[in-house]
Design a protein around this ligand. Sequence first.
Ligand SMILES: NC(=O)c1ccc[n+]([C@@H]2O[C@H](COP(=O)([O-])OP(=O)(O)OC[C@H]3O[C@@H](n4cnc5c(N)ncnc54)[C@H](OP(=O)(O)O)[C@@H]3O)[C@@H](O)[C@H]2O)c1
Length: 283
Amino acid sequence: MPGPENHDAAQLRLFCRLMLGSADAADRVLRQIHRRAPDGPDEHPSDRARLFRMAADLCGVRRPGPKRRIMHIGVIGATGTVGSRIVTEALDRGHQVTAFSRDASGIEDGRENIRWKNLDATDSGAIAGILPRLDVLISGSGAGNAAKDPTEPGIHAREAAALLTALEGRLRVRLIVVGGAASLEARPGVVFAGSDELLDAAVLRGHDEALNLFRASDRLWTYLSPAGEIAPGERTGRFRIGGDQPVTDAGGRSRISAEDAAVAVLDEVELPRFVQRRFTIGY
Ligand SMILES: NC(=O)c1ccc[n+]([C@@H]2O[C@H](COP(=O)([O-])OP(=O)(O)OC[C@H]3O[C@@H](n4cnc5c(N)ncnc54)[C@H](OP(=O)(O)O)[C@@H]3O)[C@@H](O)[C@H]2O)c1
């Protein structure tokens, strides 16, 4: 199901696609429009800025008033490789962040617009308790990931179930989950997680199970399957977006930096395009 895009935005997307010849190129331009259109009055905007503004108005991404809409974003797994970068990207864009760790007691963070709280992603009651303050809840929880714990393969599904249960009372809060790439399709209809070489990779299967729970739900979920290789690196803001199959580079590698994964997540927060859908990214 396509994300909630207004009529003008859909027209502009179609126009860009026709002019530029591909959906990827249209996505890139729309992201630029969204990110660069300056807010508020500017007495002498450059031609380029004026153009981005016009396009942003058409897209409906430039809100009236002096500031773009600031959102309150919760980040589970905020101490993690991807989660910490999501927090930084959200703060850099001016949003309010509540960052969660299972034990936030020793965390000192001098940045503005952030507060830290304790949360376990398997505790639906605790998650329900934090939702009233949030516009969007992002989970970058990597339970079972670092430990590669085969005795707890169901952890991702348990977290997914807890998140979905908590959202029953808050249907308007969006959920964005950074999950696994193994549920992407190696070829149409065949997922990596189902291949024989990965029979022991219970954690990878767990992600797949979690994704299926989201797919069966009617909440406002979005699932990001990062590239096959994701590691700390550079924030380039330039990557390609895909659906159920990995986005690979010229050498056939599916890779992304954790910084660019955070850009993709915040782009999705600000301009929803994958509500009730999974997407992936890669260079
Ligand atoms: N290619 C791929 O498919 C690929 C590769 C890497 C990662 N990933 C996925 O991407 C996501 C983020 O990975 P990452 O590398 O950033 O993981 P990470 O560095 O291991 O961090 C994950 C964070 O999750 C938190 N966490 C663990 N159990 C939790 C629980 N029960 N409740 C709440 N928080 C919990 C931990 O924070 P605290 O200890 O502070 O609570 C930890 O800092 C994960 O879903 C991971 O599986 C996918």
